[in-house]
Write a protein that binds this ligand. Structure first.
Ligand code: GDP
Ligand code: GDP
Length: 435
């Protein structure tokens, strides 16, 4: 499973700057989806061949002990579940009382911690790190998150001690489509999973397919195999009730990464909230196929239903590639219909795309709308081939491809989507230039 790194530190030391730098490779993709929240808390990064997930735990002030806010609780839980912690401090400010308190908390939690002294720009890095040795957390790495100085070598030290993650989620063999059912606490994930597994025609296997954290539930439905990645110990839970503490960001991220198709559950009675959008950002970053389930559709009056539908039109435009289902996990309404979208999303995400067909689509698209001129020279797009699946990657070769404007990329994406009949999966367009 993909390793998870938690970013910790008091406010203003440079955590979000570091986060953006380390997950920047994905930013360009996310930028293509207008409306997606920019203030992200989890993201995927890659250094060399090593992939990792990064969780910005938000500013923990060091004074959470006793404060039972959900935010602090989830930050601390993310720390416990992450593989390692990057504890950031600011060289500008020197060692502060809050740093001491956070260090103490981290030591108590026994988590492998790397101490990062940020904002060393304009300072002698060797001097800048000195005061922080007092924290007793071993080597202090000097970084400038704003310019990236020291970041790569710090990350190489961190990643060298982590288990390597495998590339690409495995092709389904006997396990069928791997599904992650994700959503914030209490939206009805456990109810949905129990409903899916409790259907007539479903045969659940108790294979020993357990991994470190999540449980992989294998089952068959109409003789077709599927696997649900159970992030919340759903099957071990006897009574489905308020279980906020069962929600795990880290397991959710890993499940998204390992799944073929993600089912994002949203509580229709509460509408679309910030945390739903964060999760969507992560799903898109990971390139996963997506089906959205608006749950608790029972018991809503017509006015509220209309409100939720408007809300979705407004806020979920950037995932208009995904099918949306209105369901009641509690009563089972609409649950069986999810499978049609799951199958379709999976097919779209994994279909083999031939070079000749992709090139034909590209040439037709270019004939219909030429790419713009750059400094008096027209951008040339010559041929296309598949560069990967789940998500499908379409690699386009041509000249001056770095200059292709965003709106033209969107036009190409839309055209490929339509021609290839892709539904339920993000698509990535990459360019290779011969000049
Ligand atoms: P967070 O609250 O810990 O997430 O901190 P931010 O990433 O929002 O950074 C707080 C401020 O410090 C911003 O104005 C950043 O531009 C600035 N900052 C972050 N990293 C550096 C750095 O390496 N050097 C300098 N000089 N400023 C930085
Ligand atoms: P999880 O934390 O996402 O796993 O959510 P649970 O499955 O534990 O459900 C949280 C609460 O919502 C429970 O009280 C469920 O009975 C309730 N719930 C789940 N699905 C539905 C639904 O479709 N309709 C209604 N009205 N309540 C539901």
């Amino acid at each position: 499973m993909i390793p998870v790194i938690a970013l910790v530190g008091r406010p203003n030391v440079g955590k979000s700057t570091m986060f953006n730098r380390l997950t920047r490779s994905r930013d360009a993709i996310v930028a293509n989806y207008a409306g997606l929240t920019r203030d992200r808390k989890y993201g995927e990064g890659k250094i060399g061949d090593q992939r990792f997930m990064l969780v910005d735990t938000g500013g923990i002030s060091g004074e959470e002990e006793g404060i039972d806010t959900l935010m602090a609780q989830q930050s601390l839980q993310a720390i416990d579940e992450a593989d390692v912690v990057l504890f950031m401090v600011s060289s500008r400010d020197g060692l502060t009382a809050a740093d001491h308190i956070i260090a103490k908390q981290l030591r108590q939690r026994g988590k492998k911690t790397y101490l990062v002294a940020n904002k060393v720009d304009g300072m002698d890095p060797d001097m800048a790190v000195m005061p922080f040795y007092e924290l007793g957390l071993g080597e202090v790495f000097a970084t400038t998150a704003t310019h990236g100085r020291g970041v790569k070598s710090m990350m190489e030290s961190v990643l060298a001690e982590l288990p390597a993650s495998e590339e690409d989620p495995a092709e389904p063999e006997a396990t069928g489509i791997k599904m992650a059912i994700v959503g914030r606490p209490n939206v009805g994930k456990s109810t949905l999973v129990n409903r899916m597994l409790g259907e007539d025609r479903v045969v659940v296997y108790d294979l020993p397919g357990t991994t470190r954290d999540s449980v992989y539930i294998h089952y068959e439905r109409f003789d077709k195999p599927y696997t649900i990645i159970d992030t919340a110990g759903i099957r071990r839970r006897k009574n489905v009730s308020l279980t906020v503490e069962k929600f795990s960001i880290v397991k959710t991220l890993q499940a998204i990464d390992d799944a073929n198709v993600v089912i994002l559950v949203i509580d229709a009675s509460e509408g679309v909230v910030e945390q739903d959008l964060h999760l969507m950002g992560t799903i898109i970053d990971a390139g996963r196929a997506l089906v959205v389930a608006l749950n608790k559709w029972d018991g809503l009056d017509e006015g509220h239903k209309q409100y939720v539908k408007n809300e979705i039109d407004r806020r979920l435009r950037f995932i208009d590639f995904a099918n949306i289902h209105y369901i009641s996990a509690l009563h089972g309404t609409g649950v069986g219909n999810l499978y049609k979208s799951i199958e379709q999303a999976y097919q779209s995400a994994t279909d083999k795309l031939s070079t000749s067909f992709l090139t034909q689509v590209l040439q037709d698209a270019v004939a219909e709308h030429q790419p713009p001129m750059i400094n008096g020279r027209r951008i040339k797009l010559r041929y296309a081939h598949a560069g990967g699946s789940n998500p499908p990657i379409i690699v386009i070769h041509g000249n001056q491809t770095a200059k292709v404007p965003a709106h033209y990329v969107r036009y190409l994406e839309k055209t490929f989507r339509r021609a290839l009949n892709l539904r339920g999966t993000p698509v990535r367009i990459e360019f290779k230039s011969s000049d």
